[in-house]
Design a protein around this ligand. Structure first.
Ligand code: AVI
Length: 323
């Protein structure tokens, strides 16, 4: 009881402002900067994950089907390089099709340990795999793999699987930090990783500006999510999807452009947007084969084998993490 209440004054019942969620804190911090920026990891609520699944099926979005083709063509060789009795750790439980292909080709895989921030999604993936492969030990790990996290102990030889060129969504420093942590975690094993390649800018541009507008909806879903979760009032028609290839940075940049001068409420704060000001919502870095292999070696891996499609669109790297 406060002193004021003790004296019999009428004290307005003011609830303390709730702590913003991780998403809320990131939006407030990112939109407070001169160059507004929000991490792409916040795209992936349930609706965002469904929109991303649709992106992977688009005619313009070549990475998913090209990587799947590479895995299908080379899976026997990949399985030989990985060897028997491996524990497979997938960073970000994504497409179960890719991991199923790999698990089916491996000799006596010991366990599958998918790591994902979304516990609900992860347990769904685990349930499906247990149904179709009752002999396989499945240990889901709920963690943000962009930060350090613990793996269950044991003497297993660990093989990391990081498909989809998700590494492209990290800037260089974060990519190197992730690869360094992975090289330590996978000591004695290795990492199989999919990496999108530098190519004709027009091809890249089309992949992030699809005719059906699914990538636009994926980008704007960040604002939909903020309106739902953060008491925000973004007007979706007052922002435009803008994605382009920045050749000097070798990255696609995705932005949301404010079409007018406006103020938006978010977590009880007002945020000012000048006309033409943007929120940078995603970078998707593209690598050369040599450039990525050099980055992996700098992180402590040995680059053993790289598979590319005939069109030079996408690469899959097998990196060994020395004992
Ligand atoms: C998940 N990630 C690798 C995708 C990419 O291509 O950078 C996300 C994406 N953004 C727009 N389209 C797809």
């Amino acid at each position: 009881m406060t002193d004021l209440a003790f004296r019999g004054d009428v004290v307005p019942l003011r609830k303390p402002a709730p702590e913003p969620s991780e998403f809320g804190a990131a939006m407030l911090a990112g939109l407070d900067r001169a160059n507004k920026w929000v991490s792409a990891k916040f795209f992936y609520d349930t609706a965002g994950s469904q929109l991303f699944d649709r992106i992977t099926e688009l005619p313009e979005y070549y990475p998913t089907r090209t990587e799947m083709g590479l895995l299908q063509t080379h899976v026997q060789e990949i399985a030989r390089l990985i060897g028997p009795d491996a524990t497979l750790i997938e960073f970000g439980a994504g497409s179960s099709r890719k991991v199923a292909l790999l698990l089916d080709a491996l000799e006596r895989p010991r366990a599958y340990e998918p790591v994902d921030i979304s516990g609900e999604y992860l347990h769904e993936v685990a349930k499906k795999l247990r149904e179709t492969r009752p002999a396989l030990a499945v240990h889901p790990i709920v963690a943000d793999f962009t930060k350090p996290f613990a793996l269950p102990g044991g003497d297993a030889r660990r093989i990391g699987f990081f498909p989809g060129s998700t590494i492209g969504n990290f800037d260089r420093a974060d990519a190197l930090a992730f690869l360094r942590r992975a090289a330590r975690m996978l000591k004695g094993g290795g990492l199989l990783i999919g990496v999108d390649l530098v190519k004709d800018p027009a091809r890249l541009h089309a992949a992030y500006n699809d005719a059906a507008g699914v990538t636009e909806a994926f980008n704007k879903n960040l604002l939909v999510r903020a309106n739902r979760e953060l008491e925000a009032d973004f007007d979706l028609d007052a922002f435009a999807h803008y994605a382009f290839y920045n050749p000097s940075m070798r990255r696609i940049e995705m932005h949301l452009v404010s079409l007018t001068t406006q103020c938006v409420s978010l977590c009880g704060r007002r945020i000012f947007f000048a006309e033409g000001e943007t929120i940078h919502t995603e970078s998707s870095y593209k690598y050369t084969v040599e450039g990525f292999a050099a980055l992996a070696e700098e992180a402590g891996f040995v680059s053993r084998k790289v598979w590319c499609d005939a069109g030079g669109l996408f690469s899959v790297h097998w990196l060994e993490a020395g004992a």
